[in-house]
Design a protein around this ligand. Structure first.
Ligand code: PLP
Length: 492
């Protein structure tokens, strides 16, 4: 019998638990997570290892958590902080008074994906006369462009990157521009390999065709300018480049702010205008939204503001130097191991490597590194590019670099000894022959069980990655959607 006087279940307790109990539960759950601090997790997190910074950001977040960015006139504090963040990002990326892009404007969004969706939306809505708009991106562009294209019903024209340089040929980008193209995009740098696209040539071609050009600097926009100041040969990639009409930079990445803050910049207000959504045709308040969300917490914005104020230009310069040295140390560690090779010489804050023909199985190596407390990100083979291991390097990694080399060598030896993950031949055959539509829930459940998924222990993923690697992209997508769906079940 269901007691209808009570609906407690899941997170909803019957009578409420004490505050310290609730917090203890959060902490207990957090214990199962990858370590967000300490420089051993090479994806998802950005840690400057600056003492006191987390506390400052948390205190600032608390001050503004209940403030609503829905109406900038009701909460001028948020408007002021947002404008200050946009001003800072504009400066870092070559805009503002005294530059060739003095009229840069922007908005704070919830993250890189939202910034890219809005860049595509602004480009699309600037051309209502184009019935079937298209965008041109290199194959190395972040998947968020594909998401934007999907959400906004814009066609995606993908230009392959060279397997040697990992960059698109600017001539091929130019050739992909059609009369319906509303945006050309490139990365500075790409997430997967950390290489900077030939922005000047691509933006030039876009300008010549009268098309907008977005530079996705979500990942590296806050480090490349500092690396250049430190003497690194960073190519032109920002608003100093003619033809660049918009840029994105994530403050929750290398500006080291807590999650939930990115900045989307446009060269001028006219370019930004179609980004807004406005609606007065209902009985409630007139909705004017520069971004996708309507109600927006002030917490992330205040936390980012306090972070930038505290670290300052000198702080970011110092952190970029520390990170650069860590990148160099990790790259040396990779070079020193037989059987591995760098996908590209590092030119930003990514170290990406693959195995040589006689090298270890990469997915087993990733597991062996995990077993030694190093959490790296495997990347599947794609369009002629081999599978690789991605390391996002932040300042917190620097003190760990000396430990990484010996552990990497050790993990490679262990991976060689183990050999590739044993995948039952019928499973491998399935991966190459199955069409996404043939995937039934039962089949997926069977696959998941066969691969040991759903048991909570996700430290040995080589078999899963080997299976996915053997599958074409559409099947990878379907399999992972189904696997994630298995994880996302209500806790009653
Ligand atoms: C180059 C680039 N663009 C966009 C994104 C998407 O950012 P987010 O995960 O904040 O939505 C990322 C994330 O890593 C990125 O590296």
């Amino acid at each position: 019998m269901i007691d209808e006087s009570r609906v407690a279940g899941g997170a909803l307790s019957s009578d409420g638990v004490a505050a310290d109990v609730a917090l203890a539960e959060v902490r207990q759950l957090r214990a199962a997570d990858r370590p967000t601090h300490g420089g051993r997790l090479f994806a998802y997190v950005y840690d400057p290892a600056v003492p006191g910074l987390d506390d400052l950001a948390a205190a600032a977040h608390r001050e503004s958590a209940h403030v609503n960015g829905l109406d900038p006139t009701a909460f001028p504090s948020l408007l002021a902080m947002e404008n200050a963040l946009v001003g800072a990002a504009g400066r870092v990326l070559g805009g503002g008074p005294g530059t060739t892009a003095p009229d840069v404007v922007g908005s704070v969004t919830s993250g890189g994906t939202e910034s890219l969706i809005l860049a595509v939306k602004a480009a699309r809505d600037a051309h209502p006369e184009i019935a079937a708009p298209r965008i041109v991106v290199p194959s190395s562009a972040h998947a968020a462009f594909a998401k934007a294209a999907h959400y906004l019903r814009v066609a995606l024209d993908v230009v392959p990157v060279s397997v040697d340089t990992l960059r698109p040929d600017p001539a091929a980008m130019a050739a992909a521009i059609r009369p319906e193209t509303v945006l050309v995009a490139c990365s500075a740098p790409s997430y997967a390999h950390g290489v900077v696209d030939p922005v000047a040539e691509i933006a030039g071609a876009a300008a010549e065709a009268g098309v907008r050009c977005h530079v996705d600097a979500c990942f590296g926009g806050w480090t490349l300018p500092y690396l250049r100041r430190l003497g690194e040969p960073v190519p032109a990639f920002d608003f100093a480049v003619p033809g660049v009409t918009s840029m994105s930079v994530d403050l929750h990445k290398y500006a080291y702010a807590p999650k939930g803050v990115s900045v989307l910049l446009h060269r001028d207000a006219a370019l930004r205008a179609p980004q807004y959504f406005a609606y007065a045709d209902w009985p409630g308040y007139t909705m004017i939204n520069p971004v996708i969300a309507s109600t927006r917490s002030g917490g992330p914005i205040a936390a980012a503001y306090a972070t930038l104020r505290h670290l300052g230009d000198a702080g970011y310069l110092r952190l970029a130097g520390v990170t650069r040295d860590a990148v160099a140390g990790l790259a040396d560690a990779v070079r020193a191991v037989d059987g591995l090779r760098l996908m590209a010489e590092p030119e930003s804050t990514v170290v990406c490597f693959t195995a040589t023909d006689d090298g270890p199985d990469l997915f087993v190596l990733v597991d062996e590194l995990t077993a030694r407390g190093w959490h790296t990100q495997p990347q599947l083979s794609y369009a002629g590019l081999p599978a690789s291991v991605h390391l996002t390097v932040t300042a917190a990694v620097a003190p760990r670099v000396a430990e990484f080399g010996p552990d990497l060598a050790d993990a490679v030896a262990a991976a060689r000894a183990t050999g590739p993950a044993a995948l039952p031949p019928e499973l491998r055959a399935l991966a190459t022959s199955l069409t996404p539509d043939a995937l039934t829930p039962e089949l997926v459940a069977g696959l998941a069980a066969g691969l040991g998924l759903g048991t909570g222990a996700l430290d040995r993923m080589a078999a899963v990655n080997t299976l996915l690697d053997a599958a074409p992209a559409r099947l990878r997508e379907r399999l992972l959607v189904e696997f994630v769906g298995l994880l996302q079940r209500p806790a009653w």
